[in-house]
Ligand binder design. Structure first.
Ligand SMILES: Cc1cc2nc3c(=O)[nH]c(=O)nc-3n(C[C@H](O)[C@H](O)[C@H](O)COP(=O)(O)O)c2cc1C
Length: 240
């Protein structure tokens, strides 16, 4: 299955076969990551693919591996991490390997080799226990009118994107020149700092789906004159 088809089949996997993936597969994953597209080339980032000894989760998920994701803390760094590693989520799932973004987790007994890169989030992975795919009708997602100023099926890839606690914090508007603006819904409870961070990762994830669905034409810019929308934060503009 290609990455574009995987958008409409993937799901977060929380039950795993504990057997680690073989070294060849792990190397292929590393190779995919090294060739993934970035959202912001001005931000340095790094990752490590580790086994169970090097990550800790606040919930019981028996995944044999995790990708620990780090970034320089600047500009749209969380969106950039979401953008890069959602391509990885789709790649893994397209190969039948289960994955799940995990906000409630940390590195453990792990020394970060890039001291100027901060830990952002992790993604667990491994062979799934049970069915990996689901049908399009089994997705719980907002309707397109709730995430856009116009009914536009071109936004479907973003609509199906995963997000922290399925909050789907994205909103799209259409510009006269055919480009789109993307906004993030402000949280009602500002105290929820972690969700604020994860929702920025979510924006990158939705943009990754727009890129994967339109790989030859997708272009993103952070700076563009735009309308301010109530209770929304401007996140950038893109063409497809
Ligand atoms: C940034 C982010 C953080 C997440 N954190 C967790 C988590 O800590 N625990 C968990 O079980 N799922 C977590 N998820 C998975 C979401 O709950 C899941 O993507 C969402 O409910 C939609 O379901 P789906 O991925 O199966 O489409 C996270 C997802 C994202 C994008």
């Amino acid at each position: 299955m290609d990455l574009k088809e995987t958008i409409y089949k993937r799901q977060s996997i929380r039950k795993y076969d504990k057997t680690p993936l073989d070294e060849e597969t792990l190397n292929e994953i590393r190779q995919f990551i090294d060739n993934a597209r970035v959202l912001n080339p001005d931000i340095e980032w790094s990752y490590d693919l580790v086994g169970v000894k090097n990550f800790r989760l606040l919930q019981r998920i028996n995944a044999p591996h995790a990708l620990l994701l780090f970034s320089q803390p600047k500009q749209n760094c969380f969106q950039n991490i979401g953008f890069i590693f959602q391509q990885v989520d789709l790649y893994l799932q397209s190969r039948g390997i289960g994955s799940c973004w995990i906000g409630a987790g940390r590195p453990r007994n792990y020394e970060n080799p890039h001291p100027d890169h901060e830990f952002v989030i992790l993604m667990v992975l491994g062979n799934p226990q049970g069915e990996i795919y689901r049908e399009r009708t089994q997705f719980h997602r907002k309707i397109v009118c709730d995430i856009s100023d116009e009914r536009d099926s071109k936004l479907n890839p973003a609509r199906f994107a995963p997000s922290a606690a399925n909050t789907q914090p994205w909103y799209f508007t259409h510009n006269d020149d055919g480009t789109y603006n993307v906004y993030r819904n402000k949280r009602k409870f500002r105290l929820n700092k972690r969700m604020n961070l994860w929702n920025q990762v979510d924006i990158g994830i939705a943009l990754a789906h727009m890129y994967v669905a339109n790989p030859d034409t997708f272009k993103f810019t952070l700076e563009k004159s735009h309308e301010e929308l109530k209770n929304k934060i401007f996140e950038g503009s893109f063409e497809i």
